[in-house]
Design a protein around this ligand. Structure first.
Ligand code: X5A
Ligand code: ZN
Length: 571
């Protein structure tokens, strides 16, 4: 099940025909540059390419008034002067003789994408479109938007595919007030938007963009606004917003489809957003969204006006849709105080409507001796996410971010404000390393169990050399027995393939009595290969936590353990 890319080059036809500093950033090169970069990186070739079709009058009518559609149809025959006059009746809009055709293609592209995903032809996809859509309203163009592509696609998914719960995630840096108005009393569409707000002093200057706008009537709680009151929000702020606001609510809502109003003016370098999130952040956000709705994610381009930043962000999103691992995020993962205030204000405003946001008192989850599992699965992931060869840490040895990548650093500031080439080279340093050829490998001691594996999982036959395995096992009594030793050989082999970049992640089974010792060895082995930071998660029972203090490894390893079985018993 693949990824669709919906596009039509006719959408590059519309352009600004007169002087207007506010509108000139919405230019045809936004699409051509992004598409070129997708081709350059070999990503376009990995997608199912679909040529956009025009949305029909009936489809536009799902959201827009017949009079408004007719008015737009009439613009095809207008001269430049008349187009300029008509444009002036709306806020931040320009019309071109090709606008009606382009805007119908943009809406049609979103519809095709939804149809392809809901028909099961692809798992997910991106529609690369312009004009954008999320500001446009029933009878009004607004903020470069003519038809509300995502809103039309949502209505279509309800009417034609019978969907009952659709999540719209609007990560464009502007508030998609058009989408909010269309669905504000509809509990079957959950609309989430974060946006530059600055206490109402940023376009479109609306009171209803604030966190206390939560929807109306039956739609109460189904509009979720997260206003950013300062510029400069970055990776840590965006990830925190997902983890603390969007995802709790989205899991509780349990959508059947996720539509993304994918504007990239929320990325670094964009003149509108003035934010700091790097392109890789969008790979992570996309991955997080794929946990919902069985991975049915349909993204539709909205804003994004820094051509280089836009193209890189689009590539990151497509990479994540294709299932590639996300590159590590740079910079200190510490949210701004202002971001945490915004997040808290949304949680407070939404708490009456979502159980997942209501503070639960601390439950007694103390230590327990319950047992039940007889085998512990050791899962291994490449410690740096993607690098085939262990690459230098993005952090300095003291654990502080390297000055080069400090979001507020002078290099980024200069690049963000003027020098496109400098920004491009900074961003290139963060470029994704090649994806390992095998996504998931399984090492089993009983090979017949492999018969039940999905076909795209590699059943790993190999083992580490016996002497090497024995040498690692020697200090551990628990690894003396045969079964434990065989399992350890397989774990070490898998770890080796992961650190070599041949395999992205893997799973191995080891006897319960040898779990802690096997973890010990796996950790030491990973560190001896040059891994600099290692996270160890123990779910279920471990006879003891791994102890690495004697070798001074403890600063590089973070261990977390908890008993899943005990918690499950409580339900
Ligand atoms: C789609 C989008 C922005 C309009 C800004 C007007 N529109 N100042 O990003
Ligand atoms: Zn925008």
């Amino acid at each position: 099940m693949g990824t669709a890319l919906v596009y039509h080059e006719d959408m590059t036809a519309a352009r600004l025909l007169w002087d207007d500093p506010e509108c000139e950033i919405e230019c045809p090169e936004r699409l051509t540059t992004a598409l070129e970069r997708l081709q350059q990186r070999g990503l376009e070739q990995r997608c199912l390419r679909l040529a956009a079709r025009e949305a029909s009058e009936a489809e536009l009518g799902l959201v827009h008034s017949p009079e408004y559609v007719a008015l737009l149809q009439g613009t095809q025959a207008l001269g430049t002067g008349e187009l300029q006059t008509l444009s002036g009746q709306y806020d931040a809009v320009y019309f071109h003789p090709s606008t009606f055709h382009c805007a119908r293609l943009a809406a049609g592209a979103a519809l095709q994408l939804v149809d392809a995903v809901l028909a099961g032809a692809v798992r997910n996809g991106l529609a690369l479109v312009r004009p954008p859509g999320h500001h446009s309203q029933r009878a009004a163009a607004n903020g470069f938007c003519v038809f509300n592509n995502v809103a039309i696609a949502a209505k279509h998914a309800q009417r034609q595919h019978g969907l009952h719960r659709i999540l719209i995630v609007d990560w464009d840096v502007h508030h998609g007030q058009g989408i909010q108005y269309i669905f504000e009393d509809d509990p079957s569409v959950l609309y989430f938007s974060w946006h530059r707000y600055e206490h109402g002093r940023f376009w479109p200057y609306l009171r209803e963009s604030d966190a206390d706008a939560v929807g109306q009537g039956p739609g109460l709680g189904f509009t979720v606004n997260l206003p950013w009151n300062q510029v400069g929000m970055g990776n840590a702020d965006y990830v925190a917003a997902f983890l603390h606001v969007l995802l709790p609510v989205a899991f509780e809502f349990n959508p059947e489809l996720v539509l993304v109003s994918a504007g990239f003016d929320s990325a670094i370098g964009d003149p509108e957003g003035q934010m700091q999130a790097t392109p890789e952040c969008f790979a992570h956000l996309t991955q997080l969204l794929q946990m919902l709705a069985g991975g049915r994610v349909c993204a539709v381009l909205e804003g994004g006006y820094h051509l280089e930043s836009l193209s890189q962000s689009v590539c990151m999103m497509v990479q994540a849709l294709l299932g590639d691992p996300a590159p590590p995020l740079s910079g200190p993962m510490v949210p701004h105080a202002s971001a945490l205030e915004s997040i808290e204000s949304v949680r407070v405003a939404q708490a009456p409507h979502w159980m997942s946001l209501q503070q639960q008192g601390q439950r007694g989850l103390g230590r327990d001796g319950a047992s039940g599992s007889h085998a512990v699965a050791v899962t291994l992931n490449h410690p740096l996410g993607v690098a085939p060869v262990l690459s230098p840490s993005p952090r300095s040895p003291e654990g502080r971010p390297s000055p080069l990548l400090l979001p507020g650093g002078p290099e980024f500031k200069a690049a963000a404000t003027q020098d496109v080439a400098a920004l491009s080279s900074l961003l290139d340093q963060l470029r994704l390393n090649p994806t390992p050829p095998v996504r998931t490998a399984v090492a089993l001691t009983a090979p017949d169990a492999a018969l039940a594996l999905p076909s795209d999982v590699l059943c790993e036959e190999g083992s580490a050399p016996q002497e090497e395995t024995q040498a690692w096992a020697r200090p551990h009594e628990a690894l003396a027995q045969d079964r434990a030793l065989t399992a350890l050989g397989k774990v070490l082999y898998l770890l080796d393939r992961i650190l070599d970049g041949q395999v992205s992640s893997g799973i191995a089974v080891t006897p319960a009595s040898a779990a802690a010792a096997t973890l010990d060895v796996a950790i030491r082995c990973g560190l001896s290969h040059g891994a600099q930071r290692l996270l160890c998660l123990a779910v279920g029972q471990l006879d003891r936590p791994p102890d690495l203090t004697d070798d001074g490894y403890d600063s590089q390893v973070m261990c977390m353990s908890g008993s899943a079985s005990r918690r499950l018993e409580g339900f």
